[in-house]
Design a protein around this ligand. Sequence first.
Ligand code: NAP
Length: 255
Amino acid sequence: MPVILITGASSGIGAALARHYAAPATILILHGRDADRLDAVAETCRAKGAHVETARLDVRDRDGVATWLHAMDSAHALDLVIVNAAINGGDPGGDVETEAMAFETVAVNLNGALNVALPCVTLMRARGAGQIALVSSLAAFAPLPDAPAYSGTKAALLAHGLALREKLKVHGVRINVVTPGYVKTAMGGEYQGWRPMEIGAEDAAARIARGLARNQDIVAFPWIIAALARGSALLPESLRRLGMSGFKFKIRTGR
Ligand SMILES: NC(=O)c1ccc[n+]([C@@H]2O[C@H](COP(=O)([O-])OP(=O)(O)OC[C@H]3O[C@@H](n4cnc5c(N)ncnc54)[C@H](OP(=O)(O)O)[C@@H]3O)[C@@H](O)[C@H]2O)c1
């Protein structure tokens, strides 16, 4: 019976991934903070035949997260862990983001992601099997001037994930980095700016699941934006600045 753990499953891409994987003879461990939204996702997945457990935790709580992961893994060995929970960062007025916001973004998106991923690396390495997907962003390749900390955390996850992927291959553990373009979610709705080729969360979930099943190193989509973002690193600054000028945005606060 596949055992799949998804963080940030109470909303957006995480919730869509939960619904995508929900099936009889599947154990889903769904994480989030908002009880009502998390329970609603869990109920939908149960209706599709999955066995579902939920947990409400802040990913910044390193000890709490580690205790939870060890308990889950000893109850049913984790096959796939999707490290997805994150926040936007940025500044509501489009100004330089505050120090407080930058550090909060790092705490959730980077430290929080590693709080989930690293105990899973230890557990999976010990038994020589498992898969961990780190949800990054195309902003890892093409940093967004209006979300520096967000872009930095996503680039760090990309580098950390790809390095770990090589190191863990011989130990039977697969690591994948997911770099979506624009996806219509609550987080996406906080952006006030151009969001070319935005896709729905269910579509994103299907693309992610396909890439993970193929064990792709980087699951990037949609391919045109992904190719532009990845290629932009090779451009001189003047051209890159011109290209990125269309991607200015402000963050709308309060959901
Ligand atoms: N949407 C896009 O356009 C886009 C593009 C590229 C990459 N991504 C990435 O895709 C992933 C999912 O994004 P999304 O658009 O689906 O966002 P979303 O709808 O805002 O969902 C974010 C999830 O993260 C959880 N979360 C946030 N802070 C948390 C914390 N401190 N502790 C525990 N959980 C926390 C939220 O839980 P609660 O709501 O329960 O608090 C929620 O379940 C993120 O890693 C994001 O960076 C998104």
